[in-house]
Design a protein around this ligand. Structure first.
Ligand code: ATP
Length: 131
């Protein structure tokens, strides 16, 4: 077993011993087994997949960083939600807002910001099984 901690500035989202973790690394998915070599990686908006108690639990993260050391993985993200914590209606509304911004031709739109918001919303819907 290995320890997985997922923390945000607001809260501890997950803290348990698990068998296997897949992280959304900025350069691609990272599969972490116990005794994995030490590493630090940036994360992209994506799902942390946790193999835990015979199931695969999904945690949506909005990017951040991961550190792996001594059979302990720490994920630090601005926002992270376990699949059961996701407000699906809120994510749908965020998706629509972002899509409308991207579809409008207004020069005031911050395209990168709207694209990031859309990615977060789609990621949350995927975590909640609504993607
Ligand atoms: P919104 O526009 O709905 O606020 P957002 O992507 O801008 O979405 P973030 O800035 O990433 O939101 O997150 C702000 C806080 O709200 C974080 O604590 C995050 O975990 C939480 N949060 C955002 N969307 C959801 C959701 N659909 N379900 C549960 N928690 C959410």
């Amino acid at each position: 077993m290995q320890r997985l901690e997922v923390v945000t500035p607001q809260s501890k989202v997950f803290s348990e011993d698990v068998r296997f973790v897949v992280l959304p690394g900025s350069e691609g998915e990272l599969g972490i087994l116990p005794e994995h070599a030490p590493l630090v990686s940036a994360l992209k908006i994506g799902l942390v997949r946790v193999h835990h108690e015979g199931k695969v639990l999904k945690i949506a993260v909005s990017g951040g960083f991961a550190e792996v050391r001594n059979s302990r993985t720490t994920v630090l993200a601005n926002a992270a939600e376990r699949e059961d914590q996701i407000d699906v209606e809120r994510a749908r509304a965020a998706k629509e807002r972002a899509e409308q911004r991207l579809a409008s031709s207004s020069p005031d739109i911050d395209v990168a910001r709207a694209e990031a918001a859309l990615k977060r919303a789609l990621n949350r819907l995927k975590a909640a099984g609504q993607g």
